[in-house]
Design a protein around this ligand. Structure first.
Ligand code: ADP
Ligand code: MG
Length: 225
């Protein structure tokens, strides 16, 4: 946490990684004895994320992308391997985790407390997020009244709130209209300029040039392409 932050101009290939995973293995167990089976999903994944890098993770449905991201953020335990990171992580899960009865504003307040932000810092960040993603008019709307697209913006906004060094996004733009998709990429570009890193899972990559690197999960391993 107190280590010097690399400058954004540093070469990502030589700068100290913000996030590093080595030899990650994971299998899911199904059923009960004697019909118990295990399905290996990750078979030794190595992945690093340097300062100011935007990295994409692609792979077929069921290739283990969400499993890997849950392990990277510590939401799921790996069977083997190590994950190390410096600085804060912000995670946007594939399925939004929200409280139906709370409004957007109340979500930001709650998460601001969880991140130990001052209320001034939380409000400043919240306003910037509403403006960047264009959903301030839903500030007072309860989560159970939001459209899928606005819910996706709230999900992303909550991951951004504390300005994490590393942002991990699991299919963040699946529910976005084109305007929001472009706003999203502006936001990612701003983070890169500020020396922040972003790891983005996508089952389709149409704009390959927006990523610094793309990693494919294939047969349980990360293939750098
Ligand atoms: N909690 C779970 N229990 C059992 N199997 C799971 C669980 N979560 C995911 N799987 C299985 O693991 C594989 C990888 O899933 P996932 O990581 O969600 O892939 P992706 O995000 O690439 O679509 C799939 O075959 C999925 O069915
Ligand atoms: Mg997934």
């Amino acid at each position: 946490m107190n280590e010097p932050q690399p400058r954004s101009g540093d070469d990502p290939r030589t700068a100290r990684p913000l996030l590093a995973a080595a030899g990650i293995e994971k299998a899911y167990r199904h059923g009960t004895w004697p019909a118990r089976r295990t399905t290996p999903v990750l078979r030794g994944v190595d992945l690093t994320l340097a300062p100011a890098e935007v990295v994409g993770i692609v792979g077929e449905n069921g290739s283990g992308k969400s499993t890997l991201m849950k392990i990277l953020v510590g939401a799921l335990a790996a069977d083997a391997g190590t994950v190390t990171h410096t600085g804060r992580l912000g995670y946007c899960p594939q399925e939004p985790v929200v409280y139906e009865r709370l409004t957007c504003d109340e979500h930001f307040e709650l998460f601001g407390h969880a991140y130990a932000m001052t209320s001034e810092a939380e409000r400043r960040s919240r306003r910037a997020i509403y403006a960047a993603l264009g959903f301030e008019r839903y500030a007072g709307t309860r989560a159970d009244q939001l459209s899928g697209g606005t819910l996706a913006k709230l999900n992303l906004g909550l991951a951004l709130l504390a300005d994490p060094e590393v942002l991990l996004l699991d299919e963040p733009y699946a529910g976005f209209d084109f305007d929001t998709y472009l706003r999203f990429w502006d936001l990612v570009a701003e983070r890169r300029t500020a020396g922040r890193s972003v790891l983005i899972i996508s089952h389709f990559v149409t704009d390959q040039e927006r990523f610094d690197r793309i990693v494919e999960l294939r047969e349980g391993r990360a293939v750098h392409r």
